[in-house]
Design a protein around this ligand. Sequence first.
Ligand SMILES: [Zn+2]
Length: 259
Amino acid sequence: MPKKKQMIYTDTHSHLYDQAFDTDRGEVLQRALTYGVKKIILPNVDSTTIDDMIAMEEKYSSVCECLMGVHPTSLTDENVEKEMETVEKWLEKRPFAGIGEIGMDLYWDATYKDVQVKAFDTQLTWAEKYKYPVSIHSRNAMNETLEVLSSHCVKGVMHCFSGTLDDAEKILSMGLFLGVGGTVTYKNNTLKDVIRSVGYQNIVFETDAPYLSPVPHRGKRNESSYIPDIAAFVAQYCGVDMEKLCFAVQKNAESIFSL
Ligand SMILES: [Zn+2]
């Protein structure tokens, strides 16, 4: 039997610096490498996660690359100025693989909608200034997200995409890619059909670890070594050869984040 060719993957969105991995981070990373996940993009959350994220990148510099930005749910009227100032300073201080994660989230409440819009808009301006790709978080706020995006010209990923086919088409027309993770494997999730319609050429893989594990790991802590499960599901559902799919998706990740 010929030896099976191993695929190469990038996890374009993982919070591997999260305390959920405090006891076995090194093993988790090793497992990712064993399964072919050679690069892991670490998106920031806010000023409290920067040190852990950067420490992780320093320790595993051949695998991990950091993004800088502040997540919409971390923002309030009181802290927005300070949080934005922190991001801006870090961007001046050293290079990053991109800006993230940034965006809009009106799932829990819409109290800080205006703050989110302003912070998202400003961070997109920084992405344009530094010519950095973006990792965008959008939850219960697709119209608002697209509205802010429409006045900018950025490349990047709509992370954990959960919109309609119409939303997907708008996003792709802006030159962005769809971030596809564990949710695509969930029974009633419509993302698989969106991918079948727009084509696997428009996606990248991600975990959003430690959240949103794919089937058959659903409910447990997520990790980058599950990326091949996501890829296998998409390949099968779209009826496309696994090698062809992984090659195209990996090329997308490499070009977006200049890997
Ligand atoms: Zn995230």
